[in-house]
Write a protein that binds this ligand. Structure first.
Ligand code: PLP
Ligand code: MN
Length: 370
């Protein structure tokens, strides 16, 4: 882990060494409250995804404004967040390794913990871990709803797995995980609507089949920043798990807006400096190791006349009209193409307000891959 930046609260933002991951605290708070308000108005449980920020401080702020808990993808993330004081975590993922499940079950000492299953092997392993530790754990069945990732394809198989969970003393059948990840960045709202209509129809079929067997489904959860108003209107989902809304990366900014969604704004930036200049381009100190480019290059905040181009490991090229190019040492704020893997490159988030350092938060679960 990198040493905490040598900054004091109240220091001018110019003192931040670059590249750095910075957070506009006013915009972040507006995003935080807007999603909480949406959930409250629509009567939805909000369980934000912490894969985005991996930061206990942010998770606790999400819960302070009404989230029922948070999601994460990895047991290591769950452990780091519980260690940081988060009291309710759902692992929206499949875990098979017995030692990892044992580690997860141990967290129930300090937090309410849930996990997803899509196989009998997963059920047997989780049951063994829970029995060994004499703990009971919230267990969700994951259904494939269009993303072609984890989740059972046949609804009858998902129903059979839910019935087994229901009949297993150490496992509490908590509900259905029905996340449609492939829908989130479909650019047009109508395309996203079609995808979530399909997901919701499959979720509804699962709920109806279980109800017919006398088993209720307490929670139907899913949704991300691109689609949550659609799940909220579906009549099937009662929990949403968006993550990126707190930061809003460039890729999400490129989606056609949904009129039912609050207007989230970019709050997270990579702060970079010009370290070399040529007549027709500038070179900044932030390249492939400073932001993830899997969803395209970062945009340059407030400078639509400039583009980021041809990054190498430690360098990024800034192009634009000659007279508009930034001078040596000038600083730029880059909006990450994809926020989640970009955050995972940093140990610290430096929050700023009114051009001063307002807080420095550790990325607690950085690099938690297991
Ligand atoms: N839920 C699950 C299972 C996810 O994998 C993700 C992101 O990939 C999310 C929710 C949150 O999505 P987003 O960050 O796009 O809001
Ligand atoms: Mn993402």
């Amino acid at each position: 882990m990198q040493q905490r930046p040598e900054l004091s609260i109240g220091d001018p933002a110019e003192r931040i060494e670059t590249p750095a991951l910075i957070l506009d605290l006013d915009v972040f708070e507006a995003n935080l409250h807007a999603m909480a308000e949406f959930a409250r108005m629509r009567g939805m449980r909000l369980r934000p995804h912490a894969k985005t920020h991996k930061c206990a401080e942010i998770a606790k702020r999400q819960m302070a404004v009404g989230a029922v808990g948070i999601c994460c993808q990895k047991v290591g993330e769950a452990a780091a967040l519980v260690e940081g004081g988060v009291g309710d975590v759902l692992v929206t993922n499949e875990v098979l390794a017995p030692e990892r499940l044992a580690r997860l079950v141990r967290l129930t000492d300090r937090a309410n913990i849930g996990i997803c299953l899509d196989s009998d092997l997963g059920l047997d392993r989780l049951n063994a871990a829970a029995q060994n530790a004499q703990r009971r754990i919230d267990t969700y069945v994951e259904l494939e709803v269009g993303a072609n990732r984890c989740g059972l394809v046949e609804i009858s198989d998902a129903v059979a797995l839910a019935e087994k969970i229901h009949g297993t003393a150490a496992l509490r059948f908590a509900g259905l995980q029905a996340y449609q990840g492939a829908a989130q960045h479909l650019r047009m709202r109508a395309e996203r609507k079609a995808a979530i209509d399909h997901a919701a129809a499959r979720a509804a079929a699962f709920v109806a089949a279980l109800n017919a067997r006398g088993i209720s489904v307490p929670v139907v959860t899913g949704a991300g920043t691109g689609t949550f108003p659609l799940e909220a209107s579906s009549g099937v989902y009662n929990e949403i798990q968006p993550g990126s809304y707190v930061f809003m990366d460039r890729d999400y900014g490129d989606n056609q807006a949904d009129p039912e969604s609050p207007a989230f704004r970019h709050s997270l930036f990579v702060l970079a400096s010009v370290m070399s200049r040529r007549e027709d381009f500038a070179v900044i100190d932030a390249g492939l190791k400073a932001h993830s480019v899997d969803s395209g290059y970062p945009a340059i905040s407030g400078r639509p006349d400039l583009v980021f181009d041809t990054p190498s490991d430690e360098h990024g090229i800034i192009r634009g009209p000659r007279q508009a190019l930034p001078a040596l040492e000038q600083r730029l704020r880059l909006v990450p193409g994809h926020c989640d893997p970009t955050v995972n490159l940093y140990d610290w988030i430096i929050a700023i307000r009114a051009d001063k350092v307002a807080a420095i938060w550790p990325v607690d679960a950085r690099g938690a891959l297991n």
